[in-house]
Write a protein that binds this ligand. Structure first.
Ligand SMILES: NC(=O)c1ccc[n+]([C@@H]2O[C@H](COP(=O)([O-])OP(=O)(O)OC[C@H]3O[C@@H](n4cnc5c(N)ncnc54)[C@H](O)[C@@H]3O)[C@@H](O)[C@H]2O)c1
Length: 241
C-alpha cells in the first residue's frame, strides 16, 4: 500500500491500520518528524515497519520520483490512498491567483498525478484499488475555505470518472468523505466550543469521530470484502450530511 500524508491525523491511522493487517506500507509526506512518530507507533504494535519517503506533493516531479523509488524498492502499488491535503482557512476576498494555485496544488493536483503513476501497472495486473480522501465540506457548503472545498468536490468527480474509465481493467476507485474528525490538528486549530456544538447539532450520532473510524473504511475498501464497490463516495461523518 502507498499513501500520501501519513505523518499525522487520519493518514497516520490508515498507516497503522494497514500495518496491523500485515500489509507493507510506503508513505509520502513533507513532515519528516511526524513520519518518525508514525513509524514508532507502528513498531510498538508489531507488523512490518512502514517506509517513509520525504516529499513535497506540490512538486509533481518530486512526487513522481518518490513513487518510482517506492515501486523500485517494494514492487508495484496494489493500493493507493491519496490522503494528504491542507485545510487552511481563507476568506474569499484574500484569495489571489497564486494562492488559488497553491491550494489546488496541495489539495487536488497531486491526487491526479499519483493516480496516473500507478494505473498502468494496475491495468497490467488487472487489479488495483485507489481511495481518494474527500470531505463533507462541499456537500454541506461549509464556508471559510472555498478553494479547499472546490478541490474536495473535484476529487469526487476525478474518482468517479477514473472508476468508469478503469473499471474494465479491474481497478476499483472510491472516495472516502470524513466528517469532523478529532485529529490533533483539528483540536489545536479549529475545534473551539462553538464549532464543536455546531458539529454535535449536525451529526446524527453523538461523540467524536476518531481517525481510526476513517481508517477502517479505507481498510474495507481496499479489501476483497469490497470486491464490487467502485465509483462511490463513502462517508464517515456520523450522519452529518
Ligand atoms: N480531520 C478532518 O476533520 C477531515 C474532515 C474532512 C476531510 N479530511 C481529509 O482527510 C485527509 C487527512 O486529513 P487530516 O485531518 O488527517 O489532516 P492532517 O493535516 O493531520 O494530515 C495531512 C497530512 O498531509 C501532509 N501534507 C500536507 N501538505 C503536504 C505536502 N505539500 N506534501 C506532502 N505532504 C503534505 C501533512 O504533513 C500531514 O501529515 C485530508 O485529505 C483532509 O482534507 C479531514
Amino acid at each position: 500500500m502507498l499513501l500520501t500524508g501519513g505523518s499525522s491525523g487520519i493518514g497516520r491511522a490508515i498507516v497503522q491500520a494497514f500495518v496491523g493487517q500485515g500489509a507493507h506500507v510506503s508513505f509520502l509526506d513533507i513532515d519528516a518528524q511526524g513520519a518518525q512518530q508514525t513509524i514508532a507507533l507502528c513498531e510498538q504494535t508489531g507488523g512490518q515497519t512502514p517506509v517513509f519517503y520525504p516529499c513535497d506533493l506540490t512538486q509533481i516531479p518530486a512526487l513522481q520520483a518518490a513513487m518510482a523509488a517506492a515501486v523500485a524498492k517494494h514492487g508495484a502499488v496494489q493500493v493507493l490512498v491519496n490522503n494528504a491535503a491542507h485545510d487552511d482557512r481563507h476568506a474569499w476576498g484574500s484569495v489571489t491567483a497564486d494562492y488559488w494555485d497553491s491550494r489546488i496544488a496541495v489539495n487536488l493536483r497531486h491526487v491526479f498525478f499519483a493516480m496516473q503513476e500507478v494505473i498502468p501497472a494496475m491495468q497490467q495486473a488487472r487489479q488495483g484499488v485507489i481511495v481518494n480522501m474527500g470531505s463533507v465540506t462541499p456537500v454541506l457548503g461549509l464556508g471559510g475555505m472555498p478553494v479547499y472545498s472546490a478541490s474536495k468536490a473535484a476529487i469526487v468527480g476525478l474518482t468517479r470518472s477514473a472508476a468508469k474509465e478503469f473499471g474494465k481493467d479491474g481497478i476499483r476507485i472510491n472516495a472516502v468523505v470524513p466528517g469532523a474528525v478529532a485529529t490533533e490538528r483539528q483540536k489545536a486549530l479549529w475545534r473551539d466550543p462553538q464549532t464543536v456544538a455546531q458539529i454535535a447539532a449536525g451529526q446524527c450520532l453523538q461523540g467524536d469521530i476518531k481517525p481510526e473510524d476513517v481508517a477502517y473504511m479505507v481498510l474495507f475498501l481496499a479489501s476483497e470484502a469490497a470486491a464490487m464497490c467502485t465509483a462511490q463516495t463513502y462517508a464517515v461523518d456520523a450522519g452529518w450530511m
